[in-house]
Structures are given as C-alpha cells and as structure tokens.
Design a protein around this ligand. Structure first.
Ligand code: ADP
Length: 269
C-alpha cells in the first residue's frame, strides 16, 4: 500500500506521536521563516552602506580635486566601511553561535572584578561626553564564558553611554538573589519609546535610523547579546525606561561552587 493510499488518521488517533510531529513541523516552519526574514534583512541592511560608499566614490571621481569634498567623501567612506565591518563581524558571530559549545568554554567567573575592569576601560570614552560611570558591585561568581560575558556587558555599557545625554550618568549594580546574579546597567539617557520596547532585541532593529546611524549603530548589538546570554543559561531584559533613562538587566545563574563543573563531567562532589 502506498503512503498516500493510507487512510488519513485523525489527530486523536495519532495521539502523542502525532502531536509531537505536528509540533516539530511547526517549529521547523517557524525557524525557516525566521531565517528567511533574517537573510532578507541582512541583504537590505548591507545595501545601505554599500550604496552610500558607491555614491561617494562616484562623487570623488567627478569632483576629486575639490579638497573640501575630498575630505567629506573620505570621512563618509571610512564611516560606512566601519559600519559594514561591524555588521559583517556581528552576523558572522551570530552564525558561529549556532554551533557554539558552552560546556567546553564555561568557567567560574568573578563578576565584581570583570565588571570593575570593563567599567574602567569604558570610563575614557564616557568622559569625553562628560558621562560618569558609577559602580556598586557585590563579590559574586557565575558560571560563564568570560569572552561572551564581556561582549554582552560591554554592549549594554556602550549603549548606556552612547544613548545618554551630555553630562549624564551610568549606574552599574551587581547583586545575587535566589541563586541568580543580576547585573543592572541604568542610564540617565534619552529613553526608549513605548512602541520600540518589544522589538529592541530583534536583529537590525533600531529605534530610529538616524539616531543609530549617527552613533554608528547597526541594530545587531542587543540581539547578539541576548543570544549570547541565552546559550549560557542567562538572559538580558529591558527592566525600565522613561524620560529619565533606561535600565537593562543581565541575569546569570550563580556559580554553585564546583557543582556545575562536576555535573558537566558526570561526577559528584
Ligand atoms: P545599535 O547597534 O543600533 O545600538 P542595539 O541592538 O544595541 O543596536 O540597540 C537597538 C536600539 O535600541 C538602538 O537603535 C537604540 O535606539 C536603542 N537602545 C539600546 N540601548 C539603549 C539605551 N540604553 N537607551 C536608549 N536607547 C537604547
């Protein structure tokens, strides 16, 4: 008997197995749709800087002997090339994360020390806009990949400085509660409009093209950060926003003193 000659079974007859197959096919369809949308966005977003670079190259060809135009075109080509470079780097990172093995890269990480170090490194850039970074950090340990952790936190800190106002403040706080470490990055910046809140973590989403383009943003930072946090059992969320600024919270499971490592190796402590 051919497959298509078999009597079609109802969902009830198919039972649990039928439910699972149905669920799996919906998941595959959803993932496929997401990937198609992502590839569509990538090609669209890559075209913008490329078009701009091409236009400036044409201008240079025609009016290259005008020193003012030469400077402007060279500056813009450099800026757009940097954006493109940043985008390529982030898209490659996102695709590498699909095959990333957390277990072989995770170690106990002293959060207080890592955060203090990153804040100190960001202080110089912040000071140029008169922005001060304040820290209130508890000595806690998480189970994480230090490189990915640094990438996530630097992204939040960088946004808190980038979308701040002249003379503003950034408050970084770290606390442990109920087996979770919460790292809050609060700024006194421009805030996030209501309609943007649910879309912030989508790839290429920017609140306004102009505000991101001015600061060299690509709309990929938060989506990469979220993906990086989730593969480590953590999360990144927008906790609050308003005219007085925004607060993002990064959560990681606390390190349970040897247990996580022992779990991984299949031994007990
Ligand atoms: P980008 O690279 O454009 O900064 P992100 O994914 O990091 O992209 O952020 C997405 C959008 O969220 C940005 O376009 C920016 O408008 C908004 N945003 C992110 N962080 C903040 C913040 N701390 N304050 C205000 N707006 C923010």
């Amino acid at each position: 008997q051919y497959l298509d000659e078999q009597p079609v079974k109802s969902r009830d007859e198919l039972g649990d197995l039928g439910e699972s197959v149905l669920y799996m096919s919906r998941e595959i369809e959803r993932n496929f749709g997401r990937q198609k949308r992502f590839i569509g966005s990538v090609s669209h977003e890559f075209k913008t800087p490329l078009t701009s670079i091409r236009a400036y190259a044409d201008l240079l060809e025609m009016y290259g002997d005008d020193p003012a135009l030469l400077r402007e075109a060279a500056g813009n080509i450099a800026k757009e090339t940097d954006r493109l470079h940043d985008m390529v780097e982030k898209v490659l990172r996102m695709s590498a994360l699909e095959h990333y093995e957390f277990d072989s890269n995770a170690k106990p990480l002293e959060v207080q020390e890592a955060l203090a170090d990153m804040c100190a490194r960001m202080q110089g850039l912040a000071a140029r806009s008169g922005i001060a970074i304040h820290t209130d950090l508890e000595p806690v340990v998480i189970w994480a990949d230090s490189e990915l952790f640094e990438h996530i936190f630097m992204n939040l800190l960088n946004n808190a400085v980038k979308y701040n106002t002249e003379g503003g403040h950034v408050y970084v706080r770290c606390r442990e509660k109920d087996g979770q470490v919460n790292i809050s990055v609060r700024d006194t910046g421009i805030g996030i409009p209501e309609e943007a809140k649910d879309r912030l973590f989508e790839p290429f989403y920017t609140v306004s093209k102009s505000r991101s383009r001015l600061s060299g943003g690509t709309g990929l930072g938060l989506s990469v950060a979220k993906q990086m946090a989730e593969i480590q059992g953590g999360s990144v969320k927008l906790a609050a926003t308003g005219p007085e600024g925004s607060e993002f919270v990064l959560t990681f499971p606390s390190y349970r003193g040897g247990r996580q490592e022992a779990d991984r190796k299949g031994t007990s402590t």
